[in-house]
Ligand binder design. Structure first.
Ligand code: AMP
Ligand code: GLY
Length: 423
């Protein structure tokens, strides 16, 4: 089979790695890919929003399956365009990807189908939002309706902060069109967990859980980022919680989407908060998490192609998802200054230290091949993942491997997975 992966970050590198293990696959392409993916796939210089070019390339080269990684093309309907060309595609169509593409849609869906989530109101007018804040309790959470690179959520501790937030989102349009509407919701407390699932429109199968670290600094300080590191499984996501979520969250979500005429085929990523009143949905994503994929996929025993084809064909019910009985930790190496200002173009040394090291992985997020070698080319640069028999071992190994890599302005959190010490 020939497979084309759309995207060029750490998530797509982890997907490419899983695809490369399938005996069914003899050729992988990636658009646009990156310097690390290039070891597994032929990278083609087509950007992820260039749907027509992607479709033409896939037709011309006889691609059998396209896998779409990132949220932006999914929300903008890449799957519909590619299917229009007669291609087989793993990922939700535009009608289903709205689950991530509009927070107002997803909140209304949860309310309608009694899926546990924070109390909220939707606003398309700044004055009404400001008036609502007058009688609100703080902290409170403001969310731009649309996609904003994971940055459109503001947690406001005071009325003044919230007023400034409404202005930023709705009037100054800090997140662009994503702020034409906004959700204001109740602030929840508890431990966060990321649960990735495969869906075929009617059946949903749960992958091993993970926990992300969204803030830039040690001890969960600093700005929100795309994710600074993950571990899997989450010891806080117990069998009892899993059972509750399957019954009250996962299955109801897939059924709700089908009932709304938006059957979801692909990955639903449930961002959950384990509150005192039970698990509640923080957000839905319509794709693998990044860097959740970097700890979940290396632990999956199934041939990912079999699972993805079953999602496309509606036969997921026959698949038994299996994960290794071990653990993985991923530490993101970022550029100093991320998620704000940072420099690019520094040579990365030590990548070959991973060659032949069983259970250690270096997934590229923002890298580029140049005449002087592979250089940094993004805020998040590399995801260093290691597996171990348990989380403590995996964590020690991941931090050991972090030392193998060196580049100017290398920055990372030192406490990824520290929470497991509390278990
Ligand atoms: P989201 O993009 O919706 O996942 O939000 C990003 C981050 O903001 C989440 O991972 C949480 O840490 C935080 N967050 C979002 N919604 C809430 C909420 N209702 N209560 C507390 N924290 C939240
Ligand atoms: N790691 C969070 C996300 O992919 O949205």
């Amino acid at each position: 089979m020939k497979v084309l992966i759309v995207g060029g970050g750490g998530r797509e590198h982890a997907i490419a790695f899983a695809v490369s293990k399938s005996p069914k696959v003899d050729k992988i392409y990636c658009a646009p890919g990156n310097a690390g993916i290039a070891d597994l796939a032929e990278c083609v210089d087509i950007q992820v929003m260039d749907f027509e070019e992607i479709a033409k390339f896939a037709k011309k080269t006889g691609v059998d399956l396209v896998i779409v990684g990132p949220d932006d093309p999914l929300a903008a309907g890449i799957v519909d365009v590619l299917r229009g060309y007669g291609l087989k595609v793993f990922g939700p169509d535009g009608k289903a990807a709205i689950l991530e593409g509009s927070k107002a849609f997803s909140k209304d869906l949860m309310k309608k189908y009694n899926i546990p989530t924070a109390e909220y109101e939707v606003f398309d007018n700044a004055d009404k939002a400001l008036a609502y804040l007058k009688d609100s309790r703080f902290p409170i959470v403001l969310k731009a309706d649309g996609l904003a690179l994971g940055k459109g959520v503001l947690i406001c501790n005071t009325p003044e902060e919230a007023e400034a937030g409404v202005k930023e989102i709705m009037l100054d349009k800090k997140f662009g069109m994503a702020g034409n509407r906004m959700v204001i919701e109740e602030y929840m407390t508890g431990r966060e967990v990321s649960v990735l699932t495969f869906c075929d429109g009617k059946t949903i199968k749960v992958m091993s859980s993970a926990q992300d670290h969204k803030r830039a600094g040690d001890g969960d300080t600093g700005l929100n980022t795309g994710g600074m590191g993950t571990f899997s499984p989450s010891p806080f996501y117990t069998a009892k919680i899993d059972e509750y979520c399957k019954k009250h969250i996962y299955k109801p979500t897939v059924d709700a989407m089908a009932k709304e005429g938006r059957p979801f085929k692909g990955v639903i990523f449930f961002g959950l908060m384990l509150t005192e009143d039970g698990p509640k949905v923080l957000e839905f994503n319509a794709r693998f998490g990044d860097p959740e994929a970097q700890v979940v996929l290396p632990r999956m025993k199934n041939d990912i192609i079999d699972v993805m084809l079953s999602c496309v064909d509606g036969t997921l019910g026959k698949v038994k998802l299996e994960f290794e009985d071990n653990a993985a930790v991923c530490v993101m190496l970022a550029s100093k200054g991320y998620p704000e200002k940072y420099e690019r173009g520094f040579v990365i040394r030590g990548l070959d230290s991973f060659d032949g090291k069983e259970g250690y992985y270096v997934f590229h997020s923002g890298t580029k091949k140049t005449g002087k070698g592979i250089v940094t080319n993004g805020g998040r640069v590399l995801g260093i993942t290691a597996k171990g028999d348990n989380l403590i071992e995996a964590r020690a190994r991941a931090y050991e491997a972090v030392e193998w890599i060196d580049f100017d302005n290398k920055y990372y959190r030192h406490d990824i997975g520290k929470a497991i010490e509390e278990v």
